[in-house]
Ligand binder design. Sequence first.
Ligand code: PLP
Length: 497
Amino acid sequence: MNLLYKSTRNTSQKVTASEAILKGLADDGGLFVPEFIPQLDVPMDELKDKTYQETAYIVMKQFFTDFTEEELKHCIERAYGDKFDTKEIAPLVKIGDTYYLELFHGATIAFKDMALSILPHLLTTSAKKNHVTKDIVILTATSGDTGKAAMAGFADVPGTKIIVFYPKGGVSAVQERQMITQKGNNTAVVAIHGNFDHAQSGVKTLFEDQKLKEKLAQFGYQFSSANSINIGRLIPQVVYYVYAYAKLLQHEQITPGEKINVTVPTGNFGNILAAYYAKQMGVPIDKLLCASNQNKVLYDFFETGTYDKNREFILTSSPSMDILVSSNLERLIYSISNEDAKKTAELMGDLKQCGSYEITPEMRERLSDFVGGYATEKETAEIIENTYKNTGYVMDTHTAVAAHVCRAYKDKWDNYTKELVVSTASPYKFLKSVMTAIDDKYQTMDEFDLVEELNKISGTPIPNAISEIKNAEIRHRRECNVDQMKETVLDILEIEV
Ligand SMILES: *Cc1c(COP(=O)(O)O)cnc(C)c1O
């Protein structure tokens, strides 16, 4: 059976999975969603003995139905190989009563690698299938992790170019160094004078610019997106929820069918949406805890039914979650509106015009799978410190936000459901914040000197992603204002206006 995709804002146009991957965003500005969420067609009892790659095939074949078995397996093999530092790809670690699903064992030591290591292969395969002859230009806004992971995936992939915009001053020192030292002749990095939301809405505007699209076509280019709005990123993220549950079962940590709670540190709402899809596929998940930092738009949304981005943007120690417009929430809105594209378009119009929207009481009722929570900067630091002191485990700031929200929920409701906390970054990526949470004395030390310190106190080996950037040459120095993004793209592509 062929599963087609439609836009959240207009359901009359339907496209195949490979077309949706190529386009990124639908023509009407909506996001592509599958016509329905398929059910897992392999029982958990069998899934529990599968490798990550085998699980990936079982899940993805249900969504990407126009790919042949050979194509899909080829993409999976190239993505989930020795770029990861563990054969398990996404290991589960039990600390106290909590299971941490570590999604940071890929090339750039953050969870974005889980999807961005496969996206280039899905995209180039999609291009071949659809007889695309133009070069694909990946345009990406990043709050720090996506940009590097996307470039690592796309660097020197024939037929592609990638341009990354990041907020100047809005990413960690390690994140910035990782990006500006990126190799590959098809990569470009631009620091914009603005925050992540400026970068993201700027990129969205470029995608919607029909004149620009024509101009690019003349020069043999077409845009595509590596942001988490691309269905080619969302679906690979469903895989690790299926895998994690299966592994809990394999290691007899849960009984068959036992429900678990999943806490996800959330920014753009992609990762947690994938968990929601996994639940709909049949993975026994009870609550999905959506963990925010002090930019708690999502928490307020789950509490009140109103999404309101009109507020101060706060730079926190978990910068990859410093987001006021969570793009993927649109897919949830569409789902809880009973797939009402008109209603979804209307609410997204409100968001664009007034910066806020309010869902109906019926829609709110359908949000019962979700619980919102947030952690302050102090709570984030405290849980890093306490977990280290009690167990020796060092977690990063994003994971800490989730760990706090998970604990607070458990305490508040006396809840004994087994809990999975999604661990989205290696502590080596956010050294300054992590180390000062453990001890103030690290405050005055250079971020790169903290590498050895973390190695000493945690005993976890220094990841390759860190050692390789230490003395790497800086290759990207471009900066621009928010209103210069279009000219900058044209300049990078050497297109004259
Ligand atoms: C991107 C990112 C997140 C947020 O994930 P979303 O899918 O955008 O909600 C959380 N933690 C880290 C480390 C990230 O890089």
